[in-house]
Design a protein around this ligand. Sequence first.
Ligand SMILES: [Mn+2]
Length: 410
Amino acid sequence: MKFIHTSDWHIGRTENRASRQAEFEAFLDWLAVAVDRHGAEALLVSGDVFDSATPGTRSQELYYRFLCRMAASPVCRHVVIIAGNHDSPSFLNAPRELLRALRIHVLGRIGEDREVLELADAEGKTGLIVCAVPYLRDGDVRLAEAGESMEDRETARLRGIRAHYARIAELAGRKRDELGADIPIVAMGHLFVAGGRRNEGDGVRDLYAGSLGLVPADVFPPLFSYVALGHLHAPQKVDGAGTIRYSGSPLPMGFAEAGQRKSVCLVECAGGKAETALLDVPVFQEFLRLSGNMAELEEGLRSLARADSGAWLEITYRGEEIIGDLPARLEELVAGTRMQIRAVKDARLLQTLLGGIHAGERLADLDVLEVFERCLDGHEVPDAQRPGLRLAYREILASLESPEEEAGAE
Ligand SMILES: [Mn+2]
């Protein structure tokens, strides 16, 4: 039986307050077509369907509209959805009974007998057994005990996760034995498997601090032909054989993932083996990072404009010169183009402000004139310019101290 594995849609996610609704819509349209075109008889969604535990009505509308489309698909007979750490288990579970009538199985939280699903093939016989294990919350796998250390807690949690997968695998194995046929068993999960790759700022919310929360890949019994994972946003395989996999998010989760290829997994299980192919998700909205001094940024933006780019931009200014109206100047450069600036960073300013404070000092310990002197030093402002800048600074300070007079003078 062929199926598509995807995860981490994060419907409702925004980028610096800008809506990404159009991208979610385009992705779900593309996915509905891909499912039919590739003959996928099932769709497995491994968590983080929504970005928030309380999705907005537009996000919900998209989700249900997509599910309706799946229910009407002439090819795809089953949808299995598990909750991720971003999802609200009760929100996902609320329409569960209704969705089940449409052969859409939702696992918001654990429930052992419900986690083992038999998916029927075109002839109505079980063609695939799916162990749909949702994101395991602390309370699902272990009981908190007073006075236990971090290590104790971690050990108990890992033991709990291992035991849970072992139990579910045993149930699935028994079910297969009852059916008396060589039916492939696949598992789903939303967790951070040790060895998994991630990028700084990729929007993956840490489950636990530091290395805590990493789960060794051997928690998945060899009985599983394939493990469809969610949580990490870069598509990747966890084991050498490539049968334990993260599909990755279908959309870049912020500028840290700008330019990265996104995909869903098309999997075919037969005879205990899984064949996997990646289906590239089209780029619905380009994310681009630009950095350099003013001349480089101007050149970069001009050449993008010539190419009629519609990218969303994160711009980092690295010039020596101080530019007071940096965001406004950059906006001017993209005016009349299809590009949109989503974030502006001033590396120079940041470095100076963070680097100008010495160890053991607090900003509050310095007076305003001292702070200004540090800024002059930090920016390596030539001596000849300093008297003029000091004078201007004092005038600004004076105007701040007597705002009424300033207003009256206007
Ligand atoms: Mn996620």
